[in-house]
Design a protein around this ligand. Structure first.
Ligand SMILES: Cc1cc2nc3c(=O)[nH]c(=O)nc-3n(C[C@H](O)[C@H](O)[C@H](O)COP(=O)(O)OP(=O)(O)OC[C@H]3O[C@@H](n4cnc5c(N)ncnc54)[C@H](O)[C@@H]3O)c2cc1C
Length: 399
């Protein structure tokens, strides 16, 4: 049984759950030394924003565009995030495309139920706000893929890089992503065995074995998103559309290969348009990484430009055809195009039962939107699971 409250914790992933966990832990007064490890260039994960170094006005929410709260009471971190100006309530003009071309106001989609919020100035602000709440004493490591795990003779966790070098040691490990625990990553990252499963076999912790067997059974839906940035001249028609978010009903998804379209006006007159593919389109293009994929970059996988161009052209054509009744035939001259692939965009219920999230014997905690409970598969669930795990680790174990 590990010490609780822990003395040191290594957290894998700086998405909402990882950042929410360190924030919640600090709010509870836990003074453990904390390190945060993240593949991406900054915090956010699937709730991140795409930015460009030489183009300050370019901010594109390429994953989750908003956060919706459907259960009460709200997560405890909500109030400080609002008070700090990191997130704000959001009022969107939402429409649903039904079948071929019938537009109705509003949407019955679960991602739009309840109260809506968004990051102020981009969704990544949500995670930046959480890190701000956690304070300066969290060691954040971006651009860092934790490639492997091991446990030393004293039972401390070791996070390792591709060469087997030890990046960090800690007495507790928190996984805010299933990457190191799910068989899907074996093919993706070229492992001979799933890292946490290999270590669990050595540790002989029955609860950890049970958790890993449950995680192995979780399926994920993928998404391939087309990101368009339209220059001001071409943007006017898109900015004048009668909706900010267009949801596609099942018949429209099947017809157009799209699930949602987000119109994101930029401060300098340009407009970003993010077209989320249907899960079927994404499943058919699973092996195709975008040119800016952090995983592909770290693994040294070169982009397959020909297939990328074909997939983006297909999405663009479907988008233009679906919106033709409202846009006519808009010019896309000067538009910038990118593909953003999310291999595990949404976990499929039921997920990991929350009572399994602390494996005290081996010192492993789990949080993330893959944990069952209110908000499962959404930001709300990621945040709530992070708060639950922080409370469990900050509390002394029952006598
Ligand atoms: C296209 C899309 C649209 C969405 N729309 C909505 C929406 O409208 N509303 C909503 O509520 N939710 C939406 N979601 C879901 C939402 O984004 C997620 O529920 C939420 O962001 C999950 O946060 P998380 O912290 O659990 O996981 P993630 O955001 O996946 O964070 C995990 C992090 O861990 C990092 N990581 C994993 N393994 C390693 C490793 N070995 N080493 C280093 N780093 C590692 C990853 O890079 C990642 O940043 C959407 C998701 C997608 C993809």
């Amino acid at each position: 049984m590990r010490s609780r409250p822990p003395r040191s914790i290594a957290v894998i992933g700086a998405g909402v759950a990882g950042c929410g966990f360190v924030a919640a832990l600090r709010q509870l007064g836990c003074e453990a030394s904390l390190s945060l490890w993240e593949i991406g260039r900054g915090p956010g994960g699937r709730s991140g924003s795409r930015r460009s170094r030489g183009d300050a006005a370019l901010v594109i929410d390429h994953g989750a565009p908003l956060l919706n709260l459907t259960a009460e009471p709200p997560p405890q971190l909500l109030e400080p995030l609002l008070a700090g100006g990191w997130i704000e309530p959001c009022e969107l003009r939402v429409a649903t495309l039904q079948g071929e071309a019938h537009l109705s106001q509003g949407s019955a989609d679960g991602l739009l139920a309840g109260r809506l919020y968004r990051g102020r100035g981009g969704m990544e602000q949500l995670c930046r706000g959480l890190l701000d709440l956690a304070g300066p004493a969290v060691e954040s490591h971006f651009n860092s893929l934790v490639r492997d795990l091991s446990v030393d003779g004293a039972g401390r966790w070791q996070l390792c890089d591709a060469e087997g070098g030890v990046l960090q040691e800690a007495d507790w490990l928190v996984l805010s992503s299933t990457l190191l625990a799910h068989p899907r990553s074996q093919a993706l990252l070229g492992w001979s065995a799933v890292p946490l499963r290999r270590v669990a076999a050595e540790l002989g912790d029955l609860q950890l074995d049970h958790v890993l067997a449950t995680i192995a059974g979780i399926r994920f839906e993928a998404r391939s998103n087309l990101l368009l940035v339209l220059p001001a001249a071409a943007a006017a028609a898109w900015r004048a559309l009668p909706f900010d978010l267009l949801q596609f009903d099942p018949a429209a998804q099947q017809r157009w290969g799209l699930q949602r379209v987000l119109i994101q006006p930029l401060s300098d007159g340009r407009c970003a348009v993010v077209a989320h593919s249907s899960r079927t389109f994404a499943a058919d293009h699973l092996s195709l990484y975008g040119e800016h994929s952090a995983v592909a970059r770290l693994l040294g996988l070169p982009p397959d430009r020909e297939r990328l161009a074909t997939a983006m052209a297909a999405l663009e054509q479907q988008l233009l055809q679906a919106l033709q009744p409202w846009l006519g035939s808009p010019s896309l001259e000067g538009a910038d195009r990118q593909l953003m692939r999310w291999g595990a965009a949404f976990p499929v219920a039921p997920g990991l039962p929350s009572e399994l999230c602390v494996c005290a014997a081996s010192g492993v905690g789990f949080c993330g939107d893959y944990v069952a409970g209110p908000g499962f598969g959404r930001i709300e669930g990621a945040l709530r699971s992070a708060e639950r795990l922080a409370s469990a680790l900050a509390a002394a174990p029952a006598a």
